[in-house]
Write a protein that binds this ligand. Structure first.
Ligand code: ADP
Ligand code: MG
Length: 382
């Protein structure tokens, strides 16, 4: 039943950000951003520090005013609506609980300022205590609770007035790894049960993957990739997203007509790529787990299958990982690649071994435009 409701909800836009900008002096923190947020989805803004995630979220919450652009909820402009009238709850990294109030009064606070009656307040606070499993802690002060418990109070307080949208800015950033993973599971369940729209900010790609239905990847105040974690990983829209999300190999090629190219003077086959001109520089991107290293002996035993490429390389370093080995290899032209080595039984590869690196054309993405800085990890911060 709930799955059916979700399917319906997925196609409905709840929030539209249109041409949204935020300038601080002559610095552009958010750069002409467009985004449609679907009703009921769990959407995460992922990007390195300074990429504009919090600023975008703050404009949605109403704590920052856009320099220009529109924020629409179901077609109605929010820009002049004060934060407390936006039907939006917010949770920050710092718990920001009131230290002098106990858990019950912290959770009830948003209802007190909205002047809700005592019995309705008690009823809603009880429901929230149950939701975040803190019934037994109702009378404790924040200082008598762990970081994870405090953050659950903050979540309950943000949800108690039943907002339609919950915004969370690195809410688990101050917690250690184990607790963070537990709370990620709780958040996913909470989202499923309540069916509300959650917009979540993190710089942690694993967290984004675990939580989200869709991820918006931020760089320099722009969204440079938007989709499910699966799609963004399997088919990154550009070289920046490919290197930001997971590990990637880049091979510089020159196109020789569509479907073919040359890499370090050797012919390689590539996907058909719209707009690829003869002689144009391009990049092949292959994930390490999609590229195989074979010893010379393995390569003679197993002929190259149709639709695959092969280049020669020399093994630099080998990491043995049980079922597979990861190899760092260098091609004849000096390109460094990280590839998966096929384990020849009992014969791990050795540094200096000559290998053939193979990948399927279908597993490789082609990019025709990129900045050199896109190709290194950690790009994207200001
Ligand atoms: P993120 O949340 O992705 O780490 P932010 O949205 O907080 O990034 O910030 C984006 C950029 O805007 C950063 O370079 C930051 O220094 C700048 N910035 C944010 N708030 C202000 C402000 N009040 N005044 C000046 N610059 C700001
Ligand atoms: Mg931030």
């Amino acid at each position: 039943m709930s799955a059916v409701i979700k399917d319906d909800a997925r196609n409905k836009t709840l929030v539209s950000l249109r041409g949204l900008n935020k300038h601080y002096g002559d610095f552009t923190a958010v750069d002409n951003l467009d985004l449609e947020i679907q009703d009921g989805e769990f959407l995460t803004f992922l990007g390195s520090s300074g990429s504009g995630k919090s600023t975008t979220l703050s404009m949605l919450a109403g704590f920052e005013t856009p320099s220009s652009g529109e924020i629409l909820v179901e077609g109605q402009s929010l820009v002049n609506v004060p934060p407390h009238k936006r039907d939006i709850g917010m949770v920050f990294q710092r718990y920001s609980l009131f230290p002098h109030l106990n858990v019950r009064d912290n959770i009830g606070f948003p209802l007190a300022i909205r002047k809700l009656g005592a019995s309705e307040t008690a009823k809603r606070v009880d429901a929230m205590l149950k939701l975040v499993q803190l019934e037994k802690f109702a009378h404790r002060k924040p200082s008598q609770m762990s970081g994870g418990q405090q953050q659950r109070v903050a979540i309950a307080r943000a949800l108690v007035y039943e907002p339609r949208i919950l915004l969370m800015d690195e809410p688990l950033g101050a917690l250690d790894k184990k607790l963070r993973e537990d709370l990620q599971d709780e958040l996913r369940q909470l989202h499923r049960r309540l069916g509300i729209t959650i917009v979540y900010v993190t710089h942690d790609q694993e967290e984004a993957m675990r939580l989200s239905q869709r991820i918006a990847i931020f760089s320099h105040g722009k969204i440079v990739g938007l989709g499910t974690g699966y799609d963004l990983y399997q088919n990154p829209p550009n070289a920046f997203v490919a290197s930001f999300l997971g590990n990637s190999n880049f091979l510089r090629i020159q196109a020789n007509g569509n479907g073919a190219g040359s890499f370090e003077g050797q012919p390689v086959a590539i996907r058909l790529t719209p707009g690829l001109a003869n002689g144009q520089d391009a990049l092949i991107m292959v994930r390490p787990e999609k590229a195989l290293a074979l010893t010379a002996e393995q390569a003679t035993r197993e002929p190259l299958p149709g639709g695959w490429n092969e280049v020669s390389a020399t093994v630099g370093e080998v990491l043995f990982l049980g079922e597979s080995q990861t190899c760092h290899v260098v091609t004849q032209g000096g390109t460094e690649l990280t590839v998966k080595a096929l384990s020849a039984a009992g014969m791990p590869m050795q540094p200096g071994d000559k290998v053939k690196v193979r990948w399927a054309v279908a597993d490789a993405c082609i990019y025709t435009e990129w900045a050199e800085s896109d190709l290194s990890k950690g790009a994207g911060a200001h």
